[in-house]
Design a protein around this ligand. Structure first.
Ligand code: DQQ
Length: 475
């Protein structure tokens, strides 16, 4: 598998849309991160994978390991549908736990031509997480609480241990209603008792199906993450922060986890007690282009999650990414004006930028800029409007220029600088402002080069700009 995987990766390496320092499979389709676990010093990522093509289907669990969450080793499939089994139509998303030394996967098993029978199953490994045995009692949870009024959206188990009990949350929806997260309890991981809804949706903006719930303690608070589905499309990821009392979650603060393409994130605790999260970065191009490319879907760079004093979720790309940074470009203390082109030409960059803006100040950083064909991605902040904007101007396959703009609220405190972290990697553009506002995007520049970088603004000062060129993690 590994040798073959290397050949497959090499055969796609010419594609300048393909990221070089983000994780993705050797080829074909990937969506949600699954089963993240740190086991005896080794990180394992599993992921929703179609082993037969570049579009969603045949849902199986792909598998790779890492020592640093940056460099990866490809491994054989961990889970595939069993003909005639509870998962004959698919092995959907789930998590992994350490059950007293026995690695145990929880996943949603599906049957039916439209995956309409959704149940929960488990699998264990006896050879260090390489191969997995499905439990003979699968599905270990098949019954949907009757008050839901539907049986087809019941998925994505997330399991943790607390006070000698195992707990599990599952994403679902109320028929003709909104999303819901269900709470269960068990003593043995096989028999589960339904307790109550952990949280029920009250706002249509939060979607009609809640997928991939994550629920965990962070400092003094509890955090619930849900991926909102509209009933037609995967949409936006939200988070809630609050208290967990008598099996009920009482949210005090809620916000958007990402305004862009990041979906179905999965957070886990590593052996040092840090809460780390990966998210699926969805493609933003037609199916035909994904099929032609031969691959689809990327994982975000893992982010460490913390809370600030206002209970806002702070996302920080893991420090290990700094270890692979290459050539460094640095600029300090520049009063911003008309556009200045910087001496950086690459589609693979890690950028840290800090700006001080007056009340009417604004600033723009332009990436992947091609003056010949008019393509560019701009990241702008407008202090008066308190908005952060990503504007993408790229050519369609037919040659026409198209513009996609995403403008989102981002408030700065009185003396707070605007701090941007930007990870550009081929077609991936991750942007995090002051740790708390995240917009991930996908861009598909027509040409690999030139991809210039420039800076402009008014009534604003660049305090510092550090840009590192980034290498491939596969060489
Ligand atoms: N993807 C999985 C489901 C999950 C959805 C299927 C979220 O388990 O709800 O591939 O992207």
């Amino acid at each position: 598998m590994t040798e073959n995987a290397t050949q497959l990766r090499t055969s796609l390496a010419h594609d300048h849309h393909r990221p070089v320092y983000h994780f993705l499979p050797p080829r074909y389709w990937m969506n949600d991160p699954n089963g993240l676990i740190h086991w005896n010093g080794t990180y394992h990522i599993f992921y929703q994978h179609n082993p037969f093509g570049a579009l969603w289907g045949n849902m199986s669990w792909g598998h790779a390991t890492s020592q640093d969450l940056i460099h990866w080793q490809d491994l054989p499939l961990a889970l595939e549908p069993t003909p005639g089994g509870a998962d004959e139509a698919g092995c959907f998303s789930g998590c992994a736990v350490n059950n007293n030394g026995i690695p145990t996967i929880f996943y949603t098993s599906t049957r039916g031509s439209r995956n309409e029978v959704q149940t929960q199953s488990i699998a264990t490994s006896r050879d260090g997480l390489l191969t997995w045995e499905k439990h003979p009692a699968n599905p270990i949870l098949a019954q949907v609480p009757p008050e839901l009024g539907q049986t087809r959206d019941f998925r994505d188990p997330y399991v943790w241990k607390q006070d000698d009990h195992w707990y599990m949350v599952i994403g679902s929806r109320i028929e003709n209603g909104l999303g819901i997260v269900l709470l269960y309890r068990s003593n043995n991981l096989v028999d589960w008792e339904y307790l109550n809804p952990l949280l029920s949706g009250t706002d249509i903006r939060h979607g009609t199906i809640w997928e991939c719930p994550n629920f965990f303690r962070l400092g003094e608070k509890w955090v619930l993450i849900i991926s909102a589905h509209t009933g037609y499309n995967t949409d936006t990821v939200f988070y809630f922060v609050g208290d967990f009392v008598n099996h009920r979650f009482i949210p005090e603060y809620s916000d958007v986890l990402d305004y862009g393409t990041l979906y179905a994130p999965l957070a886990f605790e590593n052996e040092q007690g840090k809460r780390l999260m990966f998210g699926w970065l969805r493609e933003a191009r037609p199916d035909a282009d994904q099929r032609k490319a031969g691959w689809s879907g990327v994982q975000s760079i893992p982010r460490e999650l913390t809370l600030d004093q206002h209970n806002r979720l702070i996302s920080t790309p893991i420090a290990a990414l700094q270890n692979i940074r290459g050539k460094h470009h640095t600029h300090r203390n520049i009063a911003l004006g008309t556009q200045t082109t910087l001496d950086v030409r690459s589609l693979h960059l890690d950028i840290e930028a800090s700006f001080l803006l007056q009340q009417n100040g604004s600033c723009t950083l332009t990436l992947a800029q091609n003056s010949e064909n008019g393509e560019e991605a701009t990241i702008s902040y407008d202090r008066a409007k308190a908005t952060l904007t990503v504007r993408k101007v790229f050519r369609e396959i037919n040659g026409a220029l198209s513009t996609v703009t995403r403008e989102v609220p981002h408030e700065l405190a009185a003396d707070e600088p605007l701090n941007l972290r930007i990870l550009l990697d081929g077609s991936v553009l991750e942007l995090i402002a002051n740790g708390r506002t995240s917009i991930t995007s996908r861009i598909y520049p027509q040409l690999a080069q030139p991809a210039a970088t420039s800076l402009s603004g008014s009534n604003a000062q660049l305090l510092s700009l550090d840009i590192w060129e980034m290498p491939s993690i596969w060489q």
